[in-house]
Design a protein around this ligand. Sequence first.
Ligand SMILES: [Fe+2]
Ligand SMILES: [Fe+2]
Length: 271
Amino acid sequence: METTHLQEKRVLIKKPSSMPKNWWKQNRFFNHFFNSLSLLLPVGELFFIKSMKLNQESIKCLDLKKSVKHFIYQETKHFQEHDLWFNRNLKESGYSVDRLIYPFKVFMELGNKYLSPRFALALTVASEHLTTILARHILRDVKWLEGVSFEYKKIWYYHALEELEHKSVAFNLYKEIDGPFWLRAYSFIQVSMVFLIVIFQLMFCFLWSDKSNVSLKFFKELLCFSAHLIKSSPLFFKSYFYYFRPSFHPNDEDDSELVAVYREKVKTFCF
Ligand SMILES: [Fe+2]
Ligand SMILES: [Fe+2]
């Protein structure tokens, strides 16, 4: 069993007391893409933690037991950083954060209540692959956070780094419980569809709340965001479709260099 070396960090981010509405300067689409991601992630993370806890009884390998414990620790910290700071600031900026995320919250709570532990874990494995791809893009391609000052970049760097650090833990647990390939593949399709629907619906709601004027600037920003999505898509889809190989393992794509670089960077604001 391949194990992951995880680091427990207490986040010591000196955060500003408030966050401007347009923290991603000059492009409302990037701004609301990350705002939507920040609303969605904590709800997902609670689901991931519960699914890991439901399955951890079956773990025989000690290293995996330890990795699962670290995974739960890291996701709990992410939940706190996004929910208690980032999303609280969005709320203070005037967005009806609770109302926007409520339908997705109910959907995930129903999942937690009625899905079998194995299916819930398959959904977590799938979500972890999606967050791994996003994290890799955010850390590799500076354009994603180009319009952001360092004080707001920190939370995304730290989160993306830890997503790469624990990318194989849920998968290894799924292997340990002999989860079938078909359920893993099916779950990935389901997670992708829900992710796309929720993220674009949230982005639309944020734009609507801003009462954005459909001006030349609006279209320029949309064009810039869309062009970046298209530019990123070959690498995105390469990793995306890789998941459907029966022999897939998250560690097949080597992120060790990226992890090493960002561990150094993140050290300056975490301990
Ligand atoms: Fe996370
Ligand atoms: Fe994660």
